[in-house]
Design a protein around this ligand. Sequence first.
Ligand code: NAI
Length: 303
Amino acid sequence: TSVTTPASSTGSRTFRTIGVIGLGTMGAGIGEVFARNGFDVIGVEVGEEALERGRQHLEHSTSRAVKRGKMTEEEQAELIGRITFSTSLKDLHDADFVVEAVVESLEVKKEIFRQLDEIVAPDAILATNTSSLSVTEISTANSRPGRVIGVHFFNPAPVQNLVEIVRTVVTEPDVLADVQELVGTLGKNPVVCGDKAGFIANTLLFGYLNHAVAMYEGHYASREDIDAAMRFGCGYPMGPLALLDLIGLDTAYEILDTMYKQGRDRLHAPAPLLKQYVTAGLLGRKSGRGFYTYEAPDSPVVV
Ligand code: NAI
């Protein structure tokens, strides 16, 4: 099956075969999205065990979609039939577009982009799903950094409709245009931004969450009132402190700290209270206590 992107003034090309490196939480979902939209997908993992986990992840996720009536069993079988699994990057030689979704480690990612140099065609586009590392730095591991771009899918990729496309100062304009169109053919909304940790959504979201912690820390309002104000006043499904408990306070701290170090925006300087909670082991829902105390994973108990 091939999907042709419509002609555009800057770039126009046919994408057929998509490589996905790393089939964990994000990669398995990204592979599913491409296969669902008619692309041939080659999924690459480090070893047989991880490959099997990725395959199972895909089967569970698509089976859930069948149960919910989002696709038929035939469509599921077709979708899975479009995906091949491999433990060798060399099998990506025919890929037009490669998305790397391995662990968030600069060394591991750079090594992959270095190896891809000798494997893929010179005009293939290479993308990273990193959430916090520098796309520019990852791109320097490859001899064609102009063909490297960030594509930040949201979790779970088959469900979330936003993809942030991250262009570096050397990303070629036709590469950007082609990737925008490609993301559009997946039924996702592409937005474009520069290369700075947090991109658009997390930069704004975490600045807001951090501000809520500072407000609570300064005894300006109670945690319940801060959360109620945003739920009932702004229509948010959750208040900021409850949302931080769900994300995990350690994860939130790391995200803020990374953004602060890269962007030096004081909005992202982690509120001292957040660090104190993390140090004390109050990590939110996963540890049973954060801003709220939880008896069972889903029930906030006010203590
Ligand atoms: P994960 O830990 O669930 O999956 C990573 C996978 O990569 C593992 O299955 C691992 O075996 C595999 N892997 C490691 N080294 C590899 C190599 N050299 N070759 C092939 N496979 C390799 O991680 P997750 O959560 O899927 O994150 C992946 C990337 O996506 C990270 O860069 C992360 O920052 C980013 N991201 C994560 C989001 C999330 O909510 N989890 C959201 C958006 C982006």
